[in-house]
Structure formats: C-alpha cells, structure tokens
Design a protein around this ligand. Structure first.
Ligand code: NIG
Ligand code: FE
Length: 414
C-alpha cells in the first residue's frame, strides 16, 4: 500500500461530498473549497480530506508527506477534446493565415487536415507515439490529468486504424487517463469530393465495424458542418456507431447553424463541441438532454472566429464544458490554464465557472464524472498542487505562466 498525505493546504478546491454528474446553470458558480486543509491518498484513490484540525494521527504514517503551505490543491484538469496525435506541426499555415492567404492557397502550401493526412501515411506508429508522449508530458505539467484523443488524420481504413493503435499504446504508456475517439469523418478525402456519401459508406460499413470489433475507440465523432459532413451523413455515421457500441461525441456548429447540435442530441451524444453558431433553438434542443455543450476557446481565439454564447447557455440553465482542441491547425496548445483565462476574458465566465467547465464538466464529457473532476472520497487521486498563489482567481488572472508546481496522477507523483 502506498499513501500520500498533503498537509497545510491553503485551499483545497472543489470538495464535493456527493459529487454531481455535472454543474449546470447557477450551480456552475459553486466551487466548494476548504481552507487550511489536508488531503489523504491511499493507492490511487482519494481516501480522506478535511481541515487540518480534523487530521487523524494515523495519516501521519503515510509513505509520503507533502507540506503545501501557501499552495492550493485542485482536481487535475480533464481535457475532453483533442487531436494531439499528429505527425507534424503546421506553423507555415498559421503565417499564411496572418498574411491573408485563401484556404486553397494554404492547402497548396501544406496546410489543412488533408495535408496532415498525407504526412500521416509516412509516419510510423512508433513515431506517432513518441511525439504524442512528449505532448502528454507537456500538458501534464500544465495540470491535465485526463485527455480525450481523436483519430481523424488517417481518412482511410488503414491509417485511421493506425492512429487508434497509437492511441491504445498511449493508454498503456502514459500516466494520464486517456479516452479514444474514432473520427474517420473529419474531412472529405480529395478523391471523394462531389461523392462524399461513398466515403461515408466506407466509414459506416468498413471502418466502424473494424474499430468497434477491435475495441479501439470509446467514442465516434463527425465534423458536422458547412463544407464538411452533412446532417444526413452524421445521422448515418452516429447510428452505425451507436449500433456498434460507440458513444457519439461530435464537432458541431463551428462554421454555421448546421443542425449538428440537434443531430447530436438526437443520438444522445455525450457532448457536442465547438458551438460558435448556437441560437435559441440549439439551446432548446440541449435543455433536458444528457449532452454536454463543449466550447473550445483555443480554436475560436486562434482562428479569430466568433465566440460561442457561453454566458447565454449558462444563464439558460445549461452546463458548459471547455476543452483545448489541441491540434496542429486550429489550436496548437493543450494548456488548460490558458483555457481558464480565455473562459473568463473572452466568454465572461467567472473563475469558479471556468474551473467547473474544465474539471467536472469535461470529466462528464469523457464519461469519467464518477472517477474524476472533483475532490471526493473514492475518486481517483488526480490532483495538482499549485505554486504559492494568493487566491483561486489568480489562476486565470496571471495568464500564460504555469502556476502549477506538481501533479499527482493515480495516486503517484507524476
Ligand atoms: O477541431 N474542426 C475540425 N477539426 C479540428 C481542426 C483540425 C486541424 O486543422 O488539423 C478542430 O478545430
Ligand atoms: Fe476538434
């Protein structure tokens, strides 16, 4: 048995005796915390927490004692939407965008999803795993303890499976909790332009049965938007996925009022993500559903797009989650502390709402709300210890810097 006792915690944040499945509406501003407290971890679980005056003598026998005077302890971030498995960066595309080049010009010069798919063919599983492990290590240092990773840069059966094999290796090798998503319908391969239903046939009839048969993915995703996959395509793919035991989690309403949110809700998607184009009927569709509306501030910021109406959604009583969308094109950062800052500055979330959006609500969007996302007895010990900071608000306020000193994942200092 291994155990860790963290003492003298200035503030233990998000302590929930009976953790909710998510936080919605007004509850998003509730962030129960304990001052001058301790956290006791046995093996990979949170065993006990409380104020220093309630610490029991036996806890002092812990294999390791950490004095957190002046520091705070938070549940580690859950990042419920990333594409962090990719063969090469695309900074040329970023410069081209600044210069105002068109989408076609950018694609010609090596940008876009299809170019990443070309590079994928020349990359081995081992190379993919090595570079992704470095990115996982980087996001871990910024406080992320669980992450969802998508395929979607393969765009044919063999390459999509290759990406999912690589994600399986990451699950085995990384201390982070990882969920895998099959995103065969990320972009329409050039040879299927004008006949994309033929590509959808392959996704439905060939890829999904293989992916599900080998147990390679937890979720099925579709980029349902203007110029990408239609509502009809999405309907077919999600139905096939559900038939094979894959839970939907989709890209929706990034470029238009595409009907993506509604088709996601229809198939009981665990989350619908992006949501720049969310109006009253989309909010209506989400209310009362089990689908987590997930906003990706990094992509909207990096592409200079309109911001999703997060405030309106919360005020309507919805939960809102926020994730990084870490990918080489639209959001080359997996820093969730930066997402907290964007949540408050760009979307007008209070720091409490932002923290809930990036912990318990993203845990729900990964099907991990019973295990992660709050400081609760019996949950997995995935927590980070900050450097000495004056207040909780300081975390989003002092943006860009890493305010985290160390992270404990599965009850181990990672
Ligand atoms: O989530 N919206 C679609 N897909 C990604 C972009 C991936 C890329 O450009 O490589 C996104 O933003
Ligand atoms: Fe994405």
């Amino acid at each position: 048995m291994s155990s860790i006792l963290i003492t003298n915690i200035k503030k233990l944040v998000s302590t929930e005796e009976n953790p909710p499945k998510w936080k919605a509406g007004k509850d998003m501003s509730k962030l129960p915390s304990l001052e001058n407290s301790f956290l006791y971890i046995i093996n990979d679980k949170i065993a006990e927490y409380g104020t220093m005056s309630n610490i029991r003598a036996e806890f002092q026998q812990a294999s390791k004692i950490i004095d957190a005077s002046g520091k705070m302890v938070f549940p580690a971030f859950c990042d419920s939407h990333t594409h962090l498995l990719y063969p090469a960066s695309r900074e040329i595309e970023y410069v081209d965008k600044i210069k105002g080049l068109t989408y076609e010009e950018i694609a010609k010069r090596g940008g876009g999803i299809l170019n990443t798919a070309q590079k994928m063919k020349q990359t081995t599983v081992a190379e993919l795993v090595d570079s992704a492990l470095e990115r996982l290590d980087e996001i871990k240092k910024f406080g992320t303890g669980a992450v969802e990773i998508k395929s979607g840069y393969g765009l044919d059966t063999e390459e999509e499976l290759k990406m999912l094999y690589a994600i399986r290796k990451l699950k085995e090798q990384s201390p982070l909790t990882i969920k895998a998503t099959f995103l065969g319908a990320h972009s329409i391969p050039a040879e299927y332009r004008g006949k994309q239903e033929k590509y959808v046939d392959i996704v439905v009839n060939e890829m999904i049965p293989l992916v599900a048969g080998e147990g390679l993915a937890d979720y099925v995703d579709v980029f349902c938007d203007k110029g990408f996959f239609t509502v009809e395509d999405t309907d077919r793919i999600l139905a096939a996925g559900v038939n094979h035991g894959l839970i939907p989690k989709i890209h929706a309403n990034e470029l238009d009022y595409s009907g993506g949110i509604q088709v996601g809700v229809k198939h009981n998607a665990l989350s619908v993500d992006h949501l720049e184009y969310t109006g009253d009927s989309e909010i209506e569709a989400l209310l009362g559903s089990g689908t987590m509306p997930t906003i990706l501030p990094g992509a909207a910021f990096f592409l200079n797009m309109p911001y999703a109406p997060a405030r309106k959604m919360i005020d309507a009583g919805l939960p809102v989650a926020m994730a990084s969308d870490f990918n080489p094109g639209s959001s080359p950062s997996g820093n969730m502390q930066l997402i907290l800052s964007m949540a408050s500055v760009l979307y007008k979330l209070t720091p409490e709402e932002a923290i809930n959006a990036c912990t318990i609500n993203t845990a729900y969007a990964m099907g991990l709300e019973k295990e992660l996302g709050t400081i609760s007895k019996g949950k997995k010990a995935n927590v980070f210890i900050t450097k000495e900071i004056p207040t909780v608000e300081y975390l989003p306020y002092y943006y860009g810097a890493n305010k985290i000193e160390s992270i404990i994942l599965n009850g181990q200092i990672a």
